[in-house]
Design a binder for this molecule. Structure first.
Ligand SMILES: NC(=O)c1ccc[n+]([C@@H]2O[C@H](COP(=O)([O-])OP(=O)(O)OC[C@H]3O[C@@H](n4cnc5c(N)ncnc54)[C@H](OP(=O)(O)O)[C@@H]3O)[C@@H](O)[C@H]2O)c1
Length: 297
């Protein structure tokens, strides 16, 4: 494979949506000969003006570089594009940065192995605007030797946080889903809280600073509770599940009384009550991990 200095290693980017364009632009900005392809015309114009080569087919795009990065809407699109050119990908490294589940990532790894394609699955924890900056985090899983071979090129996308996880191809997708779960959990709670305060004419912008403090304070629980989860012991050094149940009951009643959505507080309370029923009343909140480990009742 390529023995060129990292800044000259050629790379192909398939898919020029918002994210694909950002990926290709970052490679170009660091001097990588960059070949691009997109289903619809027009999205490569700026990249071509900045030195990218527009391939006339997916086949010629993947054949242009030893490293092929694909970032399209979903894995159906990935397979729709790449299945017909599998033999052209043989002995190349394919980095798939399309969002997916871990199952899809592992299945695609099996598909790639049958075709002798070196496969890395990746996840982008960043907006397109952050690609190529210190703010972008990108996760990779699959063969470590392949990651190390292309690390210098891939690092262009996430200057500070280009993270190799594991040989298990599914792990980057699983981390991605886990981080998204945190994001939506926090965002939904913030929006519920803002709706509560709105009933008293408190503007979201007024609340934002205290909300940020609350999010940061809650974040500090993560490492302490992580240790309890890993050890399987849940000493209530802060508050017991019972105490949380009391507070959650107030939150539900307040939401009901004010006529705002009660789904979130109802879910909180039901989950905590199940933990109490399972014998965790006097344990710390981390004991609720046992409820999350099993499918919903
Ligand atoms: N944008 C973000 O903030 C962000 C952040 C993290 C991860 N991601 C992930 O990055 C991936 C791409 O996101 P995006 O924001 O670039 O989306 P987007 O702007 O909607 O672009 C979608 C891309 O997929 C292509 N595509 C869709 N269906 C196709 C098909 N059947 N055959 C061929 N090409 C097809 C589109 O081609 P056309 O141009 O021809 O439609 C386009 O290049 C997604 O998996 C997304 O979850 C995005």
């Amino acid at each position: 494979m390529s023995t060129l200095p990292p800044s000259q290693a050629p790379v192909t980017v398939v898919g020029l949506g918002l994210m694909g364009q950002a990926l290709a632009a970052a490679f170009l900005a660091k001097g990588h000969p960059t070949t691009v392809w997109n289903r619809s015309a027009g999205k490569s114009d700026e990249l071509v003006a900045n030195g990218a080569t527009l391939a006339d087919s997916v086949k010629s795009a993947v054949e242009a570089s030893p490293l092929v990065v694909i970032c399209v809407s979903d894995y159906d699109a990935v397979h729709g594009l790449l299945d017909p050119v599998g033999s052209s990908l043989a002995s190349r490294t394919l980095v798939n940065l399309t969002t997916a589940s871990s199952t899809q990532a592992r299945e695609t790894a099996q598909w790639a192995a049958k075709l002798d394609i070196t496969y890395l699955d990746g996840a982008i924890l960043a907006l397109p605007q952050a690609i190529g900056s210190a703010e972008a985090t990108l996760l990779y899983s699959g063969p470590k030797v392949a990651f190390e071979q292309h690390q210098a090129t891939l690092q262009v996308l996430g200057e500070a946080a280009t993270i190799y996880l594991d040989e298990d191809h599914g792990l980057s997708a699983l981390y991605d889903m886990s981080v998204l779960s945190i994001m939506w959990g926090v965002l939904n709670s913030f929006l519920h809280a803002a709706a509560l305060l709105e009933t008293a004419n408190v503007k979201a912008t007024t609340f934002a600073e205290l909300a940020t403090t609350a999010i940061n304070v809650t974040a500090e629980y993560a490492s302490a509770y992580a240790q309890q989860i890993d050890e399987g012991e849940y000493p209530a050094t802060d508050a017991t599940v019972n105490v949380h149940v009391g507070g959650m009951t107030h939150l539900l009643e307040e939401s009901q009384a004010l006529g705002v959505n009660t789904e979130l507080p109802r879910f909180f309370l039901e989950l905590a009550k199940r933990a109490v029923a399972d014998g965790d009343a006097e344990n710390s909140y981390a004991a609720l991990i046992k409820q999350f480990r099993k499918p919903a009742a």
